[in-house]
Design a protein. Sequence first.
Length: 281
Amino acid sequence: MKVIKSIPEVREAVKCAKKEGKTIALVPTMGYLHEGHISLVRIAGERGNFVVVSIFVNPLQFGPSEDLKEYPRDLNRDIMLLEREGVDLVFAPDVEEMYPEEQLATVEVKGLTEVMCGAYRPGHFTGVATVVMKLFNIVQPDIAVFGQKDAQQAAVIKKMVKDLNLPVEIIVGPVVREEDGLAMSSRNVYLNSEEREAALVLYRALKKGENLLDGGVRSAKTVIESIEKEFEKEPLARLQYVYICHPETLKEIINIEKGAMIAVAAFIGKTRLIDNILWEG
Ligand SMILES: Nc1ncnc2c1ncn2[C@@H]1O[C@H](COP(=O)(O)OP(=O)(O)OP(=O)(O)O)[C@@H](O)[C@H]1O
Ligand SMILES: CC(C)(CO)[C@@H](O)C(=O)[O-]
Ligand code: BAL
């Protein structure tokens, strides 16, 4: 497995792989890998035969009062995990390599970024779309794999690819959870033991909503109220939003139909977590 920090070297390695007729599959990450990331790496390996994982904590997508400095990092451990998975190339640039000067060109996906997390993290999705566009231009993958855990991000990237005619197939892998239901996230490491227990409220509340739907309820208002109630019972949690929408257009849904997504974001102590479920009906 090659570990590369420079853009020209990545271009060269990918060029060689392409010459050999390989299909390039990219998994973009911010590192501090867990089973959620590994599941995406495995999907990449099933769909392509030259797997590239990028590890880059992208400053452009963090707000001024967010956790850029504290974001967990452990490149050596990540490399060990990816080596075990048979990954071909790890691209782990430093900030100067990705942003040698002020980044003036950005990618904005309007219409999908004003709701949900976008409403609370201004500029976040422009930062995400811009770095993903840069990664696509550097690696030139045939396929890129993202996680459903970051549902709005997946919708934004799909729309960027569609609207800008990028020659990349986007695959979205399902949410991987801990045994007790908590969605895996690098930020779970911030939680102390009480908060870790309290964090279960996200999945519990989503499941409550799902149960209502399974029981025949179709009113988004009813489902939202039941989710809000579940959060009110958890003193360490502060619900930021609950939103029911189409998973790709992110248009709000009033009368719920099969395929709808229920998404939540909440602070558990100082840690902001997100989760969602797709209601398959
Ligand atoms: N539990 C999960 N299941 C499936 N995919 C996941 C999961 N967690 C993260 N991913 C995906 O992994 C990719 C890289 O995400 P990232 O490195 O930000 O990890 P993360 O755990 O989401 O971190 P954080 O939420 O703390 O920023 C994204 O496409 C993301 O959706
Ligand atoms: C897609 C991504 C790697 C862009 O920095 C990041 O937002 C993430 O890890 O989900
Ligand atoms: N996985 C989403 C990246 C972020 O929260 O910045």
